[in-house]
Structures are given as structure tokens and as C-alpha cells.
Design a protein around this ligand. Structure first.
Ligand SMILES: C[S@@+](CC[C@H](N)C(=O)[O-])C[C@H]1O[C@@H](n2cnc3c(N)ncnc32)[C@H](O)[C@@H]1O
Length: 242
């Protein structure tokens, strides 16, 4: 397991400098704002947040932009270097989401965006999240869901790695994409309650121009009425008050 984890860390070290070109410019920025809005809606504002797999600090910036403080943790040192320069007022640490170097009950909220699919021991990560949340604290995870489109991605990424294509996420990392039911089971087993688990996001960054605009306009309708076509999963819950 450590071998794959090291490979993920090396990959993100290598793409750290191009990562923000994908998610913090034009089309990528609108995609990222869309998922951030979904995640923010599940979390208390202006509190003490932990962001797991925080990357270059994009979500930490979204969260603290509305007040509050945040700590980000990520496997990749390269991504953490970028996060530190983006978010001077926040703290960042290198580490794995499955073993959290924080004391019990010290966060009001935990977020994780586009990172959960890489975590090989999701049960362990969620148990750790439960431990570090205060009673009544919230978790929100946004990760690729499993559907017809995403089931083919690992094969495409493995091929991309063999062809030495330098692209964010391109590689054989034994990523795992979840169904709504699987996420529900993981969250319940970890002890979370008040679960809200649904699909979101329809406009994909890699669509060609006219199709991307059409998909963006259809997105709210798809999310509401035909969620099976949406490709991310948004899962949120709370730690019990007692
Ligand atoms: C696609 S990037 C997402 C980054 C950031 N959350 C964002 O939304 O821009 C995936 C990130 O997850 C991190 N990651 C993968 N597995 C991890 C783990 N087990 N613990 C902590 N971070 C991890 C990677 O290093 C990478 O920075």
C-alpha cells in the first residue's frame, strides 16, 4: 500500500506546478467553484476546518475567504509548497489522511475534495475524521462516483502513464470510485449521522467547447432530476452531539 501511496505523492509532486492551470483558470475555475459551493453548503461557516488531500490549497482559500481558519494535509510535499504560498494565513502539513496527527475533537469541520478516490483505507480515514471532529462537527467529501463514464478511467490513466503523458491524475494508482450506496455504508460504519449523499457535477472539463457550455447550462437540471448522469459524489454527515 505504501508503494502506491508513494507513487501518488510522487505524481502530485511532479504535476504541482501545472495543477492550478487545470483548476484555477477559466473553465477549471468555474468547475472548481461549482464543487466548492456544494461542499461549503454542507459545512458550518467561519469555523475551524481540516482539508484532507488539500492539494494546492484551493478549497482552503474558498473556505477561509468566508471567515474561519483551516489546516490542510496532503501526501505531496510539492502540492503543500504551493498551498503555503497561496494561503499564507493557513497551516499545512505533509501526511496521509488515514493517520491524522491531531488531537481528538479539535475540528468543527472536515472537507476532502477530489482526493478520496486515492485513499486505500477509506474506513480508517473516516474513523480518524470522526475522532478529530468535535461532537456535532461536520464532514463533506466530494469524489468521483462510479458510472459508465468513470469506470473506464483507470484503464485510460494506465495507458496515459505508459505513454508518459504528463497530466493531472494520469497514472495507475488503484483509484476507487464509489456508488451512493457504498459511500452511505462507509459513512454509517464510521458512526456519522444526518447523512446527505448525492451525485453532482455534469459539465466535464475535458468536453469540447460548445458541449461544455451546454452541459453547464443543463447541470442544475441534471443534478436535480437525472443525477445518474452526474459524475461526482458528494457525501456529508455529522458526528453525534453526545
Ligand atoms: C486531484 S488532487 C485534489 C487536490 C485538492 N483537494 C483540490 O481539490 O484541488 C488529489 C490530492 O490528493 C492527495 N492525496 C492522495 N491520497 C492522499 C492521502 N492518502 N492522504 C492525503 N492526501 C492524499 C494528492 O497528493 C493530491 O494532492
Amino acid at each position: 500500500m505504501n508503494e502506491v501511496r508513494n507513487k501518488v505523492a510522487r505524481h502530485y509532486d511532479e504535476v504541482a506546478e501545472i495543477y492550478d492551470r487545470r483548476y484555477d483558470r477559466s473553465r477549471g475555475r468555474s468547475y472548481y467553484s461549482h464543487i466548492s459551493r456544494h461542499v461549503l453548503a454542507c459545512l458550518p461557516k467561519g469555523r475551524n476546518l481540516l482539508d484532507l488531500g488539500c492539494g494546492t490549497g484551493l478549497f482552503v482559500q474558498h473556505y477561509t475567504g468566508q471567515g474561519g481558519k483551516a489546516i490542510g494535509l496532503d501526501l505531496s510535499r510539492g502540492m503543500i509548497v504551493r498551498a503555503r504560498s497561496r494561503c499564507g494565513g493557513s497551516q499545512f502539513a505533509v501526511g496521509t489522511a488515514e493517520v491524522l496527527p491531531f488531537r481528538d475533537g479539535c475540528f468543527d469541520a472536515v472537507a476532502s475534495l477530489l482526493a478520496f478516490s486515492y485513499v486505500h483505507e477509506p474506513e480508517k480515514m473516516l474513523r480518524e475524521v470522526y475522532r478529530v471532529l468535535r461532537p456535532g462537527g461536520s464532514i463533506a467529501v466530494c469524489t468521483l462516483g462510479r458510472n459508465l463514464l468513470t469506470s473506464g478511467l483507470p484503464a485510460v490513466y494506465t495507458l496515459g502513464e505508459a505513454m508518459r503523458i504528463r497530466h493531472v491524475g494520469m497514472g495507475a494508482f488503484r483509484e476507487r470510485y464509489y456508488t451512493v450506496d457504498e459511500m452511505k455504508e462507509l459513512f454509517l460504519d464510521a458512526g456519522f449521522e444526518d447523512l446527505l449523499i448525492r451525485r453532482c457535477t455534469f459539465a466535464h472539463l475535458n468536453l469540447i467547447d460548445p458541449l461544455y457550455d451546454i452541459a453547464r447550462r443543463l447541470e442544475p437540471f441534471v443534478e436535480e432530476n437525472i443525477p445518474q448522469l452526474a459524475y461526482n459524489i458528494l457525501a456529508s454527515g455529522k458526528k453525534s452531539e453526545e
